[in-house]
Design a protein around this ligand. Structure first.
Ligand SMILES: [Zn+2]
Length: 261
């Protein structure tokens, strides 16, 4: 009787132990990769960049951008924590209530999680990112997707590739740029490229967002997007990123990508 009980216990216990060990190892690798990635990041501090353009710190590893229009602020991505967003906006003399529109580059939480902090804003997101927030596509492979997934807790409007939205005279063009996530987009405002996480920036040169596990959902597609879509955009004189600062030397930034075939 005792030996039968031991057999049953072992039949359940050993696979369970193996499963938990595997899950812990995957979790630790993921955590380490994420920590490494964040070490490479160079987010900007809250400040006015130009007459109607501001950068606002979102968290210790990222920032978002604001354009001032005649009828309020237009944000590109969001902060995450309500108290931080309010504090950082206050440094610029703004309030979360002043934000009238939010253009999300993708649904990762440090970009989209703070949409809820802007009660008066209309929220826009690329059409192909809906799969990330309706549960169709997990942010990380199963089973980690059970605990880590993207969501958007506010009503939103979707954007098509090439669509131009006019917010009080500020014309915002959407360009689909899949790779980091399937629905990642960049926005073009005048001659500025708001790059989101479509790319990384290192010493003034564009690199892949980063090399680490899971952070880019499709690395090959991301590289194709940089080479075939972003590097060919005409008339861009400034690139603004959410984690790696900005550059006004666009030729240098794209040099390596324009040479690639
Ligand atoms: Zn990000």
């Amino acid at each position: 009787m005792a030996s039968r009980r031991r057999t049953i216990l072992m039949a359940i216990g050993i696979p369970l132990f193996v499963l938990l060990t595997v899950l812990s190892v995957i979790g630790l690798i993921y955590y380490r990769q994420l920590t490494q990635t964040r070490k490479l990041m160079r987010p900007m501090v809250t400040q006015q960049l130009e007459k109607n353009l501001y950068v606002c710190r979102a968290a210790w590893f990222n920032n978002f951008f604001l354009f001032k229009t005649d009828c309020g602020l237009v944000a590109f991505d969001t902060g995450l924590y309500p108290e931080v967003t309010r504090r950082e906006l206050a440094k610029l003399g703004f309030r979360p209530e002043d934000v009238k529109a939010v253009f999300l580059t993708h649904s990762d939480q440090e970009h989209a999680g703070g949409a809820i902090n802007f009660p008066n804003a209309k929220i826009y997101i690329g059409k192909d990112e809906v799969q990330m927030i309706d549960g169709t596509t997990g942010r990380v492979p199963w089973p980690l997707s059970i605990v880590y997934y993207n969501e958007l807790k506010v009503p939103y409007e979707t954007l098509e590739d090439g669509q131009v939205v006019d917010v009080c005279g500020l014309k915002v063009k959407t360009v689909f740029c899949p790779g980091h996530t399937p629905g990642t987009v960049v926005y073009i405002v005048g001659d500025k490229l708001i790059a989101g996480d479509s790319m990384g920036l290192k010493d003034g040169r564009i690199v892949g967002f980063n090399e680490y596990l899971f952070v880019n959902m499709d690395v090959e597609r991301m590289n194709r997007s940089i080479r075939d879509i972003l590097a060919k955009l005409p008339g861009i004189t400034q690139i603004l990123t959410m984690h790696f600062g900005m550059t006004s030397d666009v030729d240098k930034a794209f040099e390596n990508w324009r040479r690639k075939r």
